[in-house]
Ligand binder design. Structure first.
Ligand code: DQA
Length: 146
């Protein structure tokens, strides 16, 4: 199985970006940790980051036939992007929504997500660990399917 891990705007700055909110783990470290967890399930991952909304839309569209599941941290676009919502609704690949921070313990404008209602599930508030929990969730999901 191949898992697509998509990261949205400003997540390239992890490590130095508001560490009190997002922790000090860099995105490269998150990629390594996620890959190791995927390896342990016999999965491969394709880990990407972009600051561009349309690129996330393209990647979601292209997931058909490329990935068995998507882990998506759409970052700020979570709260604004109908285009990302529609892209997820248009595909069959299951999407797991992840956020490092507990968005519900933060500003009101982070409480609504355009991703959640088209996601299989949401993991937030566990920092980098959330990506690993998402891999484990996908593993049990795929096991239950087969
Ligand atoms: C985030 C939460 C979003 O509200 C924020 O805009 C981000 C990161 C998170 O991982 O906690 O950029 O998705």
């Amino acid at each position: 199985h191949n898992i697509l891990v998509l990261n949205g705007p400003n997540l390239n700055l992890l490590g130095t970006r508001e560490p009190e909110t997002y922790g000090s783990t860099t995105l490269t470290e998150i990629e390594e940790l996620t890959k190791a967890r995927a390896d342990s399930h016999g999965f491969t991952i394709d880990f990407r980051q972009t600051n561009i909304e349309g690129t996330l839309v393209d990647w979601i569209q292209q997931s058909a036939g490329q990935a068995d599941a998507i882990i998506l941290n759409a970052a700020a676009y979570t709260h604004t992007s109908i285009a990302i919502h529609d892209a997820i609704a248009a595909i069959k690949t299951p999407v797991i929504e992840v956020h490092l921070s507990n968005v519900f313990a933060r500003e009101d404008y982070r409480h609504h997500s355009y991703v959640s209602d088209v996601a299989v599930g949401v993991i937030c508030g566990f920092g980098a660990q959330g990506y690993l929990l998402a891999i484990d969730a996908i593993a049990s999901m795929l096991r239950n399917q087969s």
